[in-house]
Design a protein around this ligand. Structure first.
Ligand code: GLN
Length: 237
């Protein structure tokens, strides 16, 4: 499992979001607290963010552990955005270990991270996939059409139906909204006057965190968060 987060709200520095929190992504790269698969996330990291005046997000990704990213640590305090998606990676066995396999994946304005694993044979092959990594092939499938909460829920249920062992916790961001699913792993969020943070696990022990149950869909904007159940395949009429 990887760990990921998305922020939508007032501009914050990447250091403030990713590196500084006591139990944030930096700490989660070597000592996650709620990770159910894998002990640490040392196989790469990535940050994607939107800046005013640029349609497409900017990304900084690496195949190295986040704790060794000294140049990023030097620049992160002066990079700020109100729309950020970041992830640290624990590679699934057999998957490539280069930078192109590190989330976030991107298409147009969308950024996407995947916590979990999926059998690639159940996914359509796509020339748009940024890597042969399962998460990159899944990202290309999810981003093949403009994502909406309803479509994301359909895609996850459909893929889970074809690979019942798949874990499909996804996190998406387009600068205006965060979409997320819980399908085999934890997710929490915190909404306050400054914005909304959605993360695999709380980055501090402060108040306000809300845990999302498994098999749920999250749609978050600066104004609020909507959580709806995603019934497993077979539970639909
Ligand atoms: N399957 C993906 C990979 O290999 C994600 C793994 C994860 O969630 N740890 O990178």
């Amino acid at each position: 499992m990887c760990r990921h987060l998305a922020w939508l709200g007032e501009p914050r520095s990447l250091a403030d979001l990713v590196l500084a929190p006591e139990h944030g992504l930096l700490r989660q790269s070597y000592q996650p607290r709620r990770q159910s698969h894998g002990l640490m996330n040392a196989d790469g990291w990535g940050v994607g963010f939107h800046v005013p005046g640029r349609d497409e997000p900017s990304r900084w990704r690496s195949s190295r552990p986040l704790w060794s990213a000294t140049s990023f640590a030097s620049v992160a305090p002066v990079l700020s955005s109100g729309s950020v998606l970041a992830a640290v990676r624990s590679a699934t066995a057999g998957m490539p270990l280069d930078e192109s396999a590190a989330a976030p994946f991107a298409r147009g304005r969308w950024l996407l991270s995947h916590n979990g694993r999926v059998e690639r044979a159940v996914l359509p092959s796509s020339a748009e996939a940024e890597s042969v990594c399962d998460s990159a092939v899944l990202a290309a499938h999810v981003l093949a059409e403009e994502p909406t909460a309803a479509r994301l829920g359909e895609v996850v249920r459909d893929v889970a139906g074809r690979d019942p062992a798949a874990r499909l916790s996804l996190l998406l961001l387009d600068g205006e909204r965060i979409l997320a699913t819980t399908w085999g792993d934890a997710l929490s969020y915190r909404l306050d006057d400054s914005g909304v943070l959605v993360a695999s696990e709380p980055s501090d022990d402060g108040p306000g965190w809300v845990d999302v149950p498994d098999h749920h869909l999250v749609e978050a904007t600066r104004e609020g968060v909507v959580v709806t159940p995603l019934d497993p395949p077979g539970d639909q009429p």
